[in-house]
Write a protein that binds this ligand. Structure first.
Ligand code: NAP
Length: 192
């Protein structure tokens, strides 16, 4: 898949690197193209979006408004993966913002419920952790492929369930706080 990762910090660089190693064609969109962080090439944001079928947003939530407005045209019709977390607002996710700026985008909520350290090392006691996600049913196979490529096990919650996904985000933070700040905490769903 051709993936444009916007944001080259802890989340963007970690996921971009993992997806690239899994064989996907990844470009990291940065305000500092050319700086090397290792892994996939660092290009400007417009170039990363132009080359992508799937876009992963891994920027601070405050940067989204301008980013979406400036690049709405090249985001049209694409699968947009929202990994951003806004705290203290009406909602942690950017689904409303994305729909308003890019009405034709296919929105997916994933890669936001665990700390980035668990994206870098997704195996616990020999087994992958589960990652909750929501997206249109038609996009589920794509998301399952990308989550698996990072080494996590996909746990689908259904369409338009971004607020349910975000419940797991709050759960994760509470667990971290209750365990002395240990961020190497993740989830596993038991199923028969
Ligand atoms: N940290 C976690 O464990 C974690 C886990 C899940 C989700 N999240 C969410 O994921 C997002 C990224 O978190 P992070 O921890 O990776 O943050 P981070 O390490 O601070 O990285 C943020 C990245 O966004 C880039 N950026 C900022 N404004 C931009 C713009 N207008 N255009 C393009 N790039 C821009 C920054 O680039 P510059 O270098 O140019 O500033 C930087 O590469 C946040 O929304 C966060 O809530 C974080």
């Amino acid at each position: 898949m051709r993936i444009g990762v916007i944001g080259t910090g802890k989340v963007g660089a970690t996921l971009g690197d993992a997806l690239g190693r899994a064989g996907h064609e990844v470009k990291l969109g940065s305000r500092h193209p050319g700086d090397s962080v290792g892994g996939p090439p660092l290009v400007d944001v417009a170039a990363a979006l132009a080359a992508a079928d799937v876009v992963l947003l891994a920027v601070p939530p405050g940067a989204l408004g301008e980013l979406l407005a400036e690049h709405a045209k090249s985001l049209a019709g694409k699968l947009i993966i929202d990994a951003t977390n806004q705290f203290g607002g009406a909602s942690a996710n950017a689904s409303v913002q994305v729909a308003a700026a890019v009405p034709t985008a296919r929105y997916a909520r994933v890669f936001n419920t665990l700390g980035w350290e668990n994206f870098a090392e997704p195996i616990f006691d020999g087994e992958p952790a589960d990652l909750f996600f929501s997206c249109r049913a038609a996009d589920r196979p794509v998301l399952e492929e990308l989550i698996s490529a990072v080494g996590l096990r996909p746990a689908y919650l259904g369409e338009d369930k971004q607020d349910v996904v975000d419940g797991a985000l709050l759960l994760w933070f509470s667990l971290v706080q209750a365990n002395g700040g240990n961020r190497r905490i993740a989830f596993r769903v038991l199923q028969k």
